[in-house]
Design a protein around this ligand. Structure first.
Ligand SMILES: [Zn+2]
Length: 91
């Protein structure tokens, strides 16, 4: 078994579990993202240390406050039923 190489049971994408400061294991996308901390941001970012912050994902480090991981539930294509978001082909 490959340690730290987990896949989403639904979409098969590679994910990682990060233990939050609340003690929960949160499934996150394996790639990290840059974020800007914003009280009214719509994204939740899990920091590598397990802290969860609210903010907005940004494209690059210039505008970012830091980096972290985003909950896989937010991006899993099988969760799209909950959120109506435009599908984008980012490859
Ligand atoms: Zn998935």
């Amino acid at each position: 078994m490959n340690r730290g190489n987990t896949r989403c049971k639904k979409c098969g994408k590679e994910i990682r579990f990060i233990r939050t400061t609340a003690g929960k294991s949160m499934p996150c996308d394996s790639g990290f993202i840059y974020y800007k901390e914003e009280l009214e941001g719509k994204d939740r970012i899990v920091l590598p240390n397990g802290q969860v912050v609210v903010g907005t994902i940004v494209n690059g480090p210039e505008l970012a406050d830091g980096f972290g991981f985003i909950s896989h539930f937010a991006t899993c294509e099988f969760s799209q039923a909950f959120r109506r978001k435009k599908k984008k082909c980012a490859n």
